[in-house]
Design a protein around this ligand. Structure first.
Ligand SMILES: O=C[C@H](O)[C@H](O)COP(=O)(O)O
Ligand SMILES: C=C(OP(=O)(O)O)C(=O)O
Length: 449
């Protein structure tokens, strides 16, 4: 074995361990052929970009920056279109502008985008009218339609995931570096929105202030290049390990392994078993890693995760994304933060106020109340304020489209409205107006902190 092959084999050590939430592929040979093909494809991101994001997240861990991580619950192959991608990006850019200006903090922008195609599920099957089929696990695995053909896992979909991620990332890079994300466009991002929504109007006022500040700087002869482009990173849950390890490569600069399917990957609440395949996989790659921590997480688990994933205690390597639920965050979070801080580790703490606050409405729609989302973020800020630690960011499921999936917000969506534009393939997302409302409220909390 050459040195590189030996190192690469390190990316496969997860194979001997139990891997939760993996698809039941019906044809192992077909899967092997797909993996071999994926292994020959070029990287989607450059390892150096992952290092840069790790440094940015290091600033978050040290309390010098704030992470805004957001995007779809589940991306869909038929939504890889210019409008959908631009709308999502626009929403994140607007939220970033609000947080930077109103919160007075540098914002690290990371999308749940260009790879968020795989979903862990509570149940392996779904039954409708007496018919039981495999559950939908994301477009990388099977189709959403409730038919035996669509629901059968098909490894060819992993190749579609790669190509959909590549097209998305290509357009995101074009928008963020080609002029669309220039700070002078703060008004343009809002044009379609300003008249129709209270948060759009509030944003317009902020955009005018940013404009004045830019004009002032310009008059002083300052016109920084940094304002013309935006640093934007892609992240997704590293769930289907055959895909992630096929996209794991030895970096020619350093000889280390990187999962080049995205800049940052996270391990979900259902797959973070300490002796499981996902943590083993994550321990071998150099990307910045997130781990979701739900209400049953113990300080001992958090400390073991640090030992496994961040033995060098490198700020930016590990982000704990807590998702406790509005009713539990104030009870569950303090002990975790206290013990991790006392251990000397330097992790970034980020609040996912979505996944602990899901409920089923009488209509059968899975939904979330905007007020619960907000209350969990408030609890997160209160806990960190009480302990003197840094509330490092938010991780949200959102879309730039005008969907009706979560109830409440400035535009007040009621339970009876949910059916109007309920388009998510899995969990309910904040729409653009709710996302902006959240950004304004979080900016206020950050300033008060
Ligand atoms: O996005 C997260 C999970 O995939 C999702 O909450 C699981 O949903 P389920 O409980 O409907 O399977
Ligand atoms: C599945 C997700 O979250 P969690 O692992 O926290 O349930 C997710 O963020 O898509």
């Amino acid at each position: 074995m050459t040195v590189n092959a030996e190192i690469h084999a390190g990316g496969n050590t997860w194979r001997s361990l139990p891997a939760a939430q993996q698809p039941d592929w019906p044809d192992p040979q077909a899967l092997r052929e797909v993996i071999a093909e994926l292994e020959s494809y070029p990287p989607l991101v450059f390892a150096g970009e992952c290092d840069q994001l790790r440094q940015r997240l290091g600033a978050v861990a040290r309390g010098e920056a704030f992470l805004l991580q957001g995007g779809d619950c589940a991306e869909a192959f038929d939504a890889v279109g210019a409008d959908q991608i631009r709308n999502k990006l626009k929403t994140l850019l607007q939220m970033g502008a609000v947080l930077t200006y109103a919160g007075s903090v540098p914002v690290v922008k990371v999308g749940r985008i260009a790879g968020q195609y795989s979903k862990p599920r509570s149940k392996p099957t779904e039954t409708r009218d007496g018919v039981t089929l495999p559950t939908y696990r994301g477009d990388s695995v099977n189709g959403f339609a409730f038919t035996p053909e669509a629901r059968t896992p098909d490894p060819q979909r992993l190749k579609r995931m790669y190509h959909a991620s590549a097209s998305t990332l290509n357009l995101v890079r074009a928008f963020t570096t080609g002029g669309y994300a220039d700070l002078r466009q703060v008004h343009a991002w809002n044009q379609d929105f300003v008249k129709s929504s209270p948060s759009g109007q509030r944003y317009e006022q902020l955009a005018r202030e940013i404009d004045r500040a830019l004009n002032f700087m310009n008059a002083c002869g300052v016109d920084p290049e940094e304002f013309k482009t935006v640093e934007f990173y892609a992240s997704h849950e590293a769930l289907v390990l055959d895909y992630e390890s096929a996209l794991t490569r030895v970096d020619s600069r350093t000889g280390q392994l990187y999962d080049v399917s995205g800049h940052m990957v996270w391990i979900g609440e259902r797959t973070r078993q300490l002796d499981g395949a996902h943590i083993e996989f994550a321990s071998k790659i150099r990307n910045p890693i997130g781990v979701k921590l739900g209400p049953t997480s113990t300080p001992e688990e958090a400390l073991t995760l640090i030992e496994r994933l961040d033995p060098e205690r490198e700020p930016g390597r590990l982000t704990f994304i807590t998702r406790m639920g509005a009713d539990r965050i104030r009870d569950r979070l303090p002990e975790l933060v206290e013990k991790v801080t006392a251990s000397g580790a330097s992790v970034a703490w980020v609040c996912d106020p979505m996944h602990g606050n899901t409920f089923e409405a009488a209509s059968g729609h899975k939904t979330r109340r905007f007020d619960d989302v907000l209350d969990e973020v408030k609890g997160f800020f209160e806990v960190h304020k009480g302990l003197g630690t840094h509330p490092g960011g938010i991780h949200v499921e959102l879309t730039g489209d005008d969907v009706t999936e979560c109830v409440g917000g400035g535009d007040e969506i009621f339970v009876d409205d949910l059916h109007q534009r309920y388009e998510t393939a899995c969990d309910p997302r904040l729409n653009r107006s709710q996302s902006l409302d959240l950004a304004f409220l979080v900016a206020e909390m950050y300033r008060d902190q």
